[in-house]
Design a protein around this ligand. Structure first.
Ligand SMILES: [Zn+2]
Length: 131
């Protein structure tokens, strides 16, 4: 095993606090959140169980990088939204599109720096305020 690999080889977690493996060396039952999601799972309340550490040589962001791992045995199926949750989401999204000035659904999420739809932002009253 190379020195680089040995540096991040710590399955007991003695050195890093949690079990740690080098890139591509972690046991198969430990998955990243992304991998869980791809399998239709979520961490399900468990904390980070282990990590992968590797030395990144990426330009602009060198240094040691970490990927956190979750135990697939504690993972739970992904939640699907209930009709009530979908309804609440739709309402929240509609509110983000509704202009407080002209009370119309603008058809897009209102820019936060304007707080109104683009039409209202271009009205003469607004121009007066700017001047
Ligand atoms: Zn408006």
């Amino acid at each position: 095993m190379s020195r680089i690999r040995a540096r991040f080889w710590d399955p007991s977690g003695k050195r890093y606090g949690i079990p740690t493996w080098p890139w591509r060396m972690a046991p198969a039952h430990l998955l990243t959140r992304r991998q869980l999601t791809a399998a239709g799972l979520r961490p399900g309340g468990q904390g980070v169980q282990a990590q992968i550490l590797w030395a990144s040589r990426r330009h602009g962001a060198p240094g040691v990088r970490a990927a956190y791992l979750y135990d697939v045995r504690f993972a739970l199926p992904k939640r699907t939204a209930t009709p009530a949750q979908l309804d609440a989401l739709a309402k929240a999204n509609a509110a983000r599109r509704t202009c407080p000035e002209c009370r119309r659904d603008a058809g897009y999420v209102l820019p936060r720096h304007l707080g109104t739809c683009l039409d209202c932002a271009e009205t003469p009253t607004d121009l007066k305020e700017v001047a």
